[in-house]
Design a protein. Structure first.
Length: 270
């Protein structure tokens, strides 16, 4: 099991495939395994790097956390692997981490996909996430807790199949590397503190902002604003999907990401 020691934490990571390096950064309450729906197709073309953020999965959970610290963890991993240039895909909170990484070390980033993400969380979402953290800490019914979150990140159609819903809930409730309530709270507070809106003009790398057409957690206007505020950024909207784009439409996301990366590599983006 590959682990990297970075200051006070141990970071779990995986490498898959071969080709140009592509680092995938997971969102709130997620870890490296959240990328499994898109991993096989991406690993056919790229060396895919998966990481459990501090506070999640098999990385240290009982530790201080912030978006900045998670970005530093990513940088430590890239240094450990001896990589000088990578593509980034960050989902939701992971997009914040990718953004911070690119601002700190733009020379390391060849391109970046910000997937269902923002430079600052909305006040509504900060309150919502804090309520989820409260519920986790008070030991609320686990199935109900997960169902509530799924209702915010998946389309309405997902719930039309009771068997699928039950299977997903069973997977989440029996997941072998669950996030602790304290670690979830730490990530929630890290998101609430982060605000890179006044630094977006400093982003100099090619950026694609991707959004789910039916995202109610981070509605489309947030992605539209992010794309406007990053010079030269491109906006792509994935149809028929909500916040968890890579879970509901993995093939569509892979196609969009691969198309973007090929254009960047060929010099079609600035």
């Amino acid at each position: 099991m590959p682990l990297l020691k970075n200051q006070d934490v141990e970071l779990y990571y995986e490498l898959h495939g071969s080709g140009p390096p592509l680092l995938l950064i997971a969102g709130l309450a997620s870890d490296s395994q959240s990328w499994l729906p898109v991993l096989p197709a991406l690993a056919e073309r790229y060396t895919v790097i998966l990481l459990d953020n501090r506070g999640a999965g098999r990385s240290t959970q009982a530790c201080a956390t912030s978006i900045e610290l998670m970005a530093e963890d990513c940088l430590a991993l890239l240094s450990h692997l001896g990589l000088q240039k990578v593509h980034l895909v960050g989902h939701s909170m992971g997009g914040m981490v990718a953004l911070e990484l690119s601002l700190r070390c733009p020379e390391l980033v060849q391109s970046m996909v910000l997937l269902a993400s923002a430079a600052r969380n909305s006040r509504r979402n900060n309150l919502l996430f804090a309520d989820w953290a409260d519920a986790a800490e008070t030991g609320s019914d686990q199935a109900a807790w997960f169902r509530t979150i799924l209702a915010w990140i998946l389309t309405e159609g997902f719930f039309d199949s009771p068997a699928t819903v039950d299977a997903v809930l069973t997977y989440l409730r029996t997941y072998p590397w669950p996030q602790s309530a304290a670690a979830f709270r730490g990530q929630v507070e890290a998101i609430a503190r982060y605000d890179a809106t006044d630094r977006l003009g400093q982003v100099t790398i090619p950026v694609c902002v991707m959004a789910g057409e039916q995202d109610i957690l981070l509605p489309l206007q947030h992605s539209e604003r992010l794309a406007r505020e990053i010079l030269g950024a491109e906006l792509q909207v994935v149809a028929g999907v909500a916040h968890s784009v890579h879970s509901e439409q993995p093939a569509a996301l892979v196609a969009a990401v691969v198309s973007w990366l090929e254009r960047v590599t060929k010099g079609g983006c600035v």
